[in-house]
Structure formats: C-alpha cells, structure tokens
Design a protein around this ligand. Sequence first.
Ligand code: DSN
Length: 480
Amino acid sequence: MLPDKHNGRKLCGGKVGTLKSVSDRVIEVVGKGFERLQSCEEYHAGVLNGLREADLRVYELLTREYERLQSSLQLIAAENQCSRAVLAALGSVIQNKTTEGFVGARYHGGCEVVDDVETLAVSRARDAFGARYANVQPHSGTAANQIVLTALLEPGEKILSLGLDQGGHLSHGARVSFSGKFFDVANYYVDRETFLLDYDAIRAKAVQLRPKLIICGTSAYSRAIDFERFREIADEAGAYLMADISHIAGLVMAGAHQSPVDYAHFTTTSTYKPGGPRGGLIVMGKDYDRKIKAGGKTVALWEHIEKTTFPGVQGTPYLNNVAGKAVFFKEALSDEYRARQFKIIENAKRLAEELVDLGYDVLTGGTDNHMVLINVGNFKEGLTGAIAQRRLEECGIVVNMNRLPYDTKSSAITSGVRLGTPIVTKNGMGDKEMDEVAVLVDAVLKGVKIISDGEYEIDESLKNETRDRVKELCRRFPMR
Ligand code: DSN
C-alpha cells in the first residue's frame, strides 16, 4: 500500500493513493477503455520513428551511440545500463508535465497522475533503502549534495571531506565546484602506504576542526566504508554527516555493502550509477524528523530539505525521471537485481586478481566493491592514465583515467585507470569473461609504445585483433 502520508506530509484533499487503487485504475483503462490504452502505447511506440522523420541527424547519432555500446566493452565504474522499462518512462508524455513543490503542496493544477507517480517513487525508494524519508526530486547526485549543503550551511561554514584527488568528488568541496567556492573546506586523506581511509586520523581532524558537516562517500575508492565509524566521529565533533553513496548505492540496496541510511543524517546518490535513470536522490533514516532551526522556525530535517530543494535550489522536478526512478526502485527490490549486485563485486574481485597476477599494481591489492583502480605508471615506465584510456578505447575497451591518491601527474594525465563491472555484469559476463577482459587490457597496455606523457604509437595489427576479440565478446553478451 502507498502511505497515507507522502514522507512526513499528510496528503491533502483526500488524495490518498494506494497501490491497489493505482492498479485498479490501470485495469479500468484496460477493461473499459482499451482504445485509450492502445493509443497511448501507439503514441509512444512511434517515438523513435518520429525522431527519424523529424531529425535524421540526431537519429543517426543515437544509432551510432547504440552501436558503440553494443560493440565495445563498457568498463567505466560510474556508468550503468538502465532497463528498457526505465527508458520508456523517460521518453513518455510525463516529461511534459510542469509542477513545483511536493505531493500535497503543488503550485500547478493537473497533478493527480504525477502525484501518484512521485508517491510511488518515494515509497519504493524508501523500501529499497530501508529509509524513513526519500526525496526523488534532485536532478542529479551533485544537485542532491547541493541541496543538503545549502540546507545545512551558511556561506563560509566548515565542511570536512575526502579531497577529489584522494578519491572524493567535485561536489564534496573541490575548489572548482560551488561546494568549494561557498564553504570553508578541509580535507581528510587516505593513508599514504595502504591507500585506506584512516579513521583515527579522520577523527583527530574532525575533533580539532569541528566542521558543521562531514562528508563521506567516494568516487574512486575500492574498499568498504565504515559508515558507523563516520557517525561516531561526526557525533564526537558535533557535526552532521552526509554519505554520498552514488558509486555503491546498488550494493547498499542489495545488502552487499553496509548501509549508511541510519548512520548518516543524509544519504545522497545519483540514480543512474546503480542502474536507474539520470537523476539524484536524498534518503534519510532515523534522523529524518530531528529538529533544526531554519528561517526563525524549528522544523524537521526532512521538511527543511524539501524547502531547500524547492524553492531553494531547484525549480520544477523532471517528472519523467521521477517516473523512471519509480520503475527502477521496483527493479532494485527484485531478487534478480540484488543477486546481480553481489555478482558485480565478484566480477570486480576476479578482474582485480587477474590483473594482479598479470603484474599490475592494483590499489589496496583488490576491491570490496564494483571498482578496480590500477596504477599504470607502476606497470610500465612512462605509461599514464591518459595514454592507457585512449589506447584501450581505440581497441574497444572503454575505461577512464583517474588520479590516484598522492598522484604526481595532473588530472589531465594521471597515473591511474579506474575500471568498473556494473555493465558487463548486467549483460551476463562472469569469471571467465573477467579473465578474458584482463588479458585483453594487458595485451593492449603491454603493446603500447610510449613517446611522451600523452603520446604513443599504435600497433595496427594488435589494435585490429583486440577490436575483433572485443566485438566477439560483446556479441556473446549484448545489452540487456
Ligand atoms: N562522479 C563521476 C565519476 O565517478 O566518474 C561522474 O559520475
């Protein structure tokens, strides 16, 4: 059943939706008004044909992207592949609806359907994360972070976070981002020898600096994060805790990684990284109705987050993405999705092991999540992340260069490469294929002739041979 409250707010006007009433309405449409449903299906079925007729250039680009995805190995750790059901929701007429505010407090008419859509998305997000509150309106993970930061901090107040160059994220206080521009940011670091988070050092810094907000969560860290320990540190320092779990949100939903939801005051994520539509999410656990003083009033944290979402940071929500999120969170509650998250980790571990066996310097010696970080500079004299990325891409293997902690190379060159297993796992690859991927990566990187930090020579026959092998692998595991 859908709740009679949308998060904390009671739905107004007696518009209390239940899951039964939503499906009843669908049955009603199928039963009594089949033509209406049929025409809705037909309307959307023609979407791609309509694009071809209206704009052949964009249609061709879309086709090229589809072919690129089908013929190359997608190993970018931040990427995933949403279902066709999610794509359908994204490309639906719901995209046309404009509103502002939240369910029960809208500023436009005609919201009866999108209110049900948003309520469903919220309800499923709460179930998927075991959360007390969910906000499905953030346009992205960065927007979710911006909302939390804007809600909690006055300009110039202090944040303590992991630096971008250590595996953090731009929106956690990087100087080039709004988060570093408007707030006073101090960083904690990973250990110089082990590359692991050093909780004692983080605690010491937090207690000394007493930031208003501690941010945990990473974009390039392959080991488990102890969110419980982070909360202890935040409590001792008198700080709020925000966990940005964008990279591991799928693992968290599946129980394959400790959940921060009841430890952090705010948990944020992008929704495409765990395999949903583009967009962001804020969930809250036991602290969701803790009180905060804002604008001269005492309000619950969740209410303050909503006021900061709209009108504070965003305008109208992308309701087609909200519909896509509803579809995705249903998928995330399935046994198939949960099992896949464990397989993603198993595949990443296997890939890391193979690469170690082939002589690569895998950071921390392996992985606990979906990600493998390698120091390519330590594999071959002169090899950089930039060269590795470009060389691999020419051979059909798509990865991204990544600065490593204490990297001596710039972010445009880097010593590291980051690999991820969500997409190859979704398409059905397993142990055997991870071994094959490691061998392919190795052949390419061994074969590259370095000229400078950004230049190299290509061996055409190796390139063509690898591309053929990659295509054959992709042919056996097409996009699902
Ligand atoms: N956060 C960036 C990354 O991890 O690559 C983009 O998603």
